[in-house]
Every structure is written in C-alpha cells, then in structure tokens.
Design a protein around this ligand. Structure first.
Ligand SMILES: NC(=O)c1ccc[n+]([C@@H]2O[C@H](COP(=O)([O-])OP(=O)(O)OC[C@H]3O[C@@H](n4cnc5c(N)ncnc54)[C@H](O)[C@@H]3O)[C@@H](O)[C@H]2O)c1
Length: 261
C-alpha cells in the first residue's frame, strides 16, 4: 500500500514507523508546519495537498492533523478520489457536509475518534457486561480514566464513548458525573472521574460492584502503536475492495466479529 500522510505530528510519525514494519510505503507526507525537512525514514515533507508532487502516487491517504484543518483536507482528498482514513477528532459537526461531498464524488472515507482495535473491542465487552449486570439490582457501576499530565481535556473522548455505551444498557444509570461531587451521588448517576499524572498513555477502567464482589475490566494503552495499527488496518480494509461512502471502525468490526448486541 502506498500511503499519503496528512499531518506529521505525533501520530503521523508513529504511522510512518508502523507502516514501515508492515512493509507499506510512504508516498507523500504533507504538513504545513512540520519543522523537519525530511523525516528519519526518508520521507520528504511537503506543505500542502494542492502543491504536492507526490500525492498522486498514493493508494490511500491517512489524515491526522488538527480539528480546524480536517474538513478542508478531507474534501480535497475526496475531490481527488483518494480513499481516506481520518483519525483527526472534533470535526464531526461537518460530518453531514462530508457525507454529501463523498456521495457526490463517489469516493470513500473511514473515520473513528479512536482507531485502537483493543479499545473498540473493549467498548463491546463493556457494553455487553453492562447488559448482563443490568439484570441484577445488587450491582452498581462506575469507573475512572488515567492519562499523562500533558493531556488537554478531561474526560477523554474514549471515556465519554465508553460511558455512553454502558448507560445505553445499564438502565439504572441515566447521567455521567465526571467531576468531584461534594455530596452523595444519586442512584441514576454514573461516576467516572479522571486522573492526570506522569506519562500514562491512557487507562480506562470500568467497575461493576456489589456488597459481595467486584468485577473490573480495564483497557491499558502502552503507547500510540495501537492507534497506528488500527489505522493501517482500516486503510487496508478501505481499499481491499472498491468501497464507496463514509464508514466507521464499527463497519470493520461488524464485518469481522458481527454486530455488537
Ligand atoms: N482516531 C484516533 O485513533 C486518534 C489517536 C490519536 C490522536 N487522534 C487525533 O488525531 C489528531 C492528531 O493527533 P496528534 O497527536 O498527531 O497531534 P499533533 O498536534 O502531534 O500533530 C498534528 C499535526 O498536524 C499538522 N497540521 C496542522 N494543520 C495541518 C494541515 N492543514 N494539513 C496537514 N497537517 C496539518 C501540525 O503541524 C502537526 O504536525 C488530533 O485530532 C487527535 O485528537 C486520533
């Protein structure tokens, strides 16, 4: 697979390394602000999709830039008929426009706020566990997430998705509480605070607890390679057959392991 990397920040660099391990080639790297003239692995960095000499060589583009640049990049790549994997988050208010553009162009994109296969399977395990424990009134549910001290937001997007999926099945809980509460929490509240410390790449724990026992399920990220592996997997899936339209990582998992619940 020949890949155009759009965005050469932390994820772009990780993807360059992970792609080499899977014997994919980097056809182009585009980042208007990357300071490096050339990457360690020899890719030449260009400053825009418009001016790129190399992008036409790519079978697929992988977009990990900034929320405010994603829409323009995705549109340009769709206009150029380049299948695109979008990892950038927080552009989803423009999703309806992108769906229309992709349909008119007959192109393809796949997007996910989290491309880690482990995290996406963890969501399914958590949702199924919530459905099982929902049948037994003795059990309460809560959890927490831990990330490094550089992370800008809390809770993490992964925590929000996880809690949304749990609440959809655990009917006694109606609303998440993310912060400290200086009162008894209400029965319908699900407490899921954040801890920021050290270099932790990301840990999410969900706990089902009763007077008698406790069941805890945890996803622990070791580094960014899980995001990169899932992203490359999605790129391979997107171009394996002529696919047209807008897909998410759930389409891949539904194909592989069947629908969730
Ligand atoms: N979906 C996932 O699995 C997943 C995983 C990790 C991060 N992310 C998201 O991916 C995005 C990038 O994450 P990161 O950690 O690599 O961030 P980063 O800040 O390290 O890198 C972003 C890069 O984009 C570049 N950039 C800015 N404008 C651009 C443009 N118009 N075209 C191309 N490049 C441009 C910046 O110069 C920078 O090098 C964020 O939105 C982050 O939340 C998603």
């Amino acid at each position: 697979m020949k890949i155009a990397l759009i965005g050469y920040g932390k994820m772009g660099k990780q993807l360059e390394k992970s792609a080499a391990l899977r014997e994919h080639k980097i056809a182009a790297v585009i980042d208007p602000y990357a300071k490096e003239k050339a990457s360690r692995l020899g890719s030449i960095i260009e400053t825009s999709i418009d001016d790129s000499k190399n992008i036409s060589e790519a079978d697929v583009a992988i977009e990990f830039s900034k929320p405010d640049s994603a829409f323009k990049n995705i549109k340009q790549l769709s206009d150029m008929q380049i299948p695109t994997v979008v990892g950038t988050t927080n552009w989803y208010d423009k999703l309806a426009d992108i769906k229309e553009i992709v349909e008119i162009n007959g192109s393809s994109i796949i997007y996910a706020p989290n491309f880690s296969i482990g995290v996406n399977l963890f969501y399914r395990i958590a949702q199924y566990a919530a459905k099982l424990f929902n049948s037994f009134d003795d059990y309460d549910v809560g959890g927490f997430e831990v990330h490094h001290n550089e992370k800008l937001e809390s809770p993490s997007g992964t925590a929000k998705t996880l809690v949304e999926k749990v609440i959809s099945e655990f009917k006694r809980k109606k609303s998440p509480i993310w912060e400290t509460v200086n009162r008894k929490i209400e029965d319908e509240e699900l407490h899921f605070p954040s801890l920021r410390m050290g270099a932790v790449p990301g840990t999410h724990s969900l706990i089902f607890d009763s007077y008698a026992d406790s069941v805890q399920i945890t996803h622990t990220a070791r580094n960014r390679s899980g995001f990169a592996y899932g992203t490359l997997y999605a790129a391979e899936w997107l171009i394996a057959e002529p696919r047209k339209g807008v897909f998410t990582i759930d389409d891949i998992l539904d194909n592989l392991v069947g629908p969730c619940l």
